[in-house]
Design a protein. Structure first.
Length: 373
């Protein structure tokens, strides 16, 4: 007998957070999130997502043991931006049991149906600005910072229930120890043709604050026409900046300007999953020492977002950003670089990645299921 239980107590929330630790304990490529950060994420008073959208977490219980989890949630920002009426699900994890998966999906589907939505989309944790998409290819390496890792059998559970592909998201990998001369020549030509200048995020606190405001303005303009884009509220943006600044490297964050006007930004992060990997979700004296050692050995980085204002798109500024990521990252030992994620329909960005000799090494998939009236 499978029972679906709504999460409405601290004990149940801990069970929700801890389930992946059990399900992935034998998977060497899974990276445990910090348990303390997960508690904050699901705290409505600390996560500004809850200010505009509704969330319900569920557990699947079989033979008195927690065997699955899922979230059902609204995303008012998405529906407002795209003039759609979609409900969402996320944080799916389950044993390899179709009945358990069906019970979870049925519950999330019904939750969304009763709110009048026309379809259900996921997995999104909770939006495209966080972890999203189901890993369907590339299980043999750990995910980079802020990316998902899933069991291969999840795809079967999703599709057997009736979810169908909506969009694939690609993660490109580049392994490089030096910058080829041809890339240097290409970037020099682009800079001369466009007059673009690139600068890193200021380390001066006052100027850094101004730079972050500039990034928010660019982000709001640059992404407004993208498929699935969900504009962050100012509270969400400030919150994620607060989360990322402690692990960010200002030398990997860039602002592009043309004729003194902001034209775009690129945000790269050292791959702190290499640090989390040794912490096993916990903060204590032992794991802190391990984290300090691992931090000094980080050998990869992820470009997690890049935005170019519409009037400056198609001029090669994205290639210049990637060049500067190499230029600043290689001396720090970041020889593995991930560009993610890239929509399967974004042929321009795919072409840029391929020109830089990057290859698709992970594919994430978003699914939909229509909700009949």
């Amino acid at each position: 007998m499978i029972k679906i239980v709504p999460v409405d107590s601290p004990k149940q929330l801990r069970q929700f957070i801890m389930l992946p630790f059990e399900l992935y304990k034998n998977d060497p490529n899974w990276v445990a999130p910090l348990i303390s950060e997960q508690k904050k994420f699901f705290n409505p008073s600390k996560n500004p997502y809850y200010q505009h959208s509704e969330v319900q977490l569920y557990l699947a219980v079989k033979d008195e043991k927690v065997v699955g989890r899922i979230s059902a949630h609204t995303n008012t920002q998405h529906n407002k931006e795209h003039k759609e009426n979609i409900g969402f699900f996320g944080f799916f994890d389950s044993i390899d049991d179709q009945q358990v998966a069906n019970a979870l999906f049925d519950t999330a589907f019904e939750w969304n149906r009763t709110r009048g939505f026309t379809s259900m989309r996921g997995p999104l944790n909770f939006s495209v600005n966080e972890e999203c998409g189901l890993l369907v290819d590339g299980f043999d390496t750990p995910p980079m910072v802020m990316m998902r890792h899933d069991h291969p059998y999840y795809q079967k559970l999703f599709e057997a229930w009736g979810l169908t592909k909506t969009m694939d998201l690609y993660a490109y990998l580049s392994i490089r120890y030096e910058i080829p001369e041809r890339i240097q020549r290409m970037v020099d030509i682009i800079k001369k043709r466009t007059g673009v200048t690139i600068r890193s995020l200021s380390r001066d606190k006052q100027q850094m604050k101004k730079d972050i405001e500039t990034v928010f303005q660019i982000y709001t303009k640059a992404w407004e026409y993208n498929w699935g884009n969900v504009p962050m509220t100012k509270a969400e943006f400030d919150h994620i900046v607060g989360e990322l600044l402690p692990i960010a490297d200002p030398d990997m964050v860039f602002i592009a300007e043309i004729d003194g006007k902001p034209a775009g930004f690129s945000l790269g992060l050292p791959n702190y999953n290499e640090v989390l990997k040794v912490m096993h979700g916990r903060i204590n004296p032992v794991t802190l020492v391990k984290a300090m050692i691992a931090k000094k050995k980080i050998g990869s980085a992820r470009v997690i977002t890049m935005g170019i204002i519409k009037e400056f798109q198609g001029r090669g500024i994205d290639s210049v950003f990637h060049y500067h990521s190499y230029k600043n990252g290689l001396p720090k030992g970041y020889v593995r670089g991930e560009f993610s994620w890239v929509l399967e329909t974004n042929t321009l960005m795919m072409h840029v990645a391929e020109k830089l000799d990057a290859v698709i090494y992970k594919t994430y998939r978003l699914y939909d299921k229509a909700i009949p009236k």
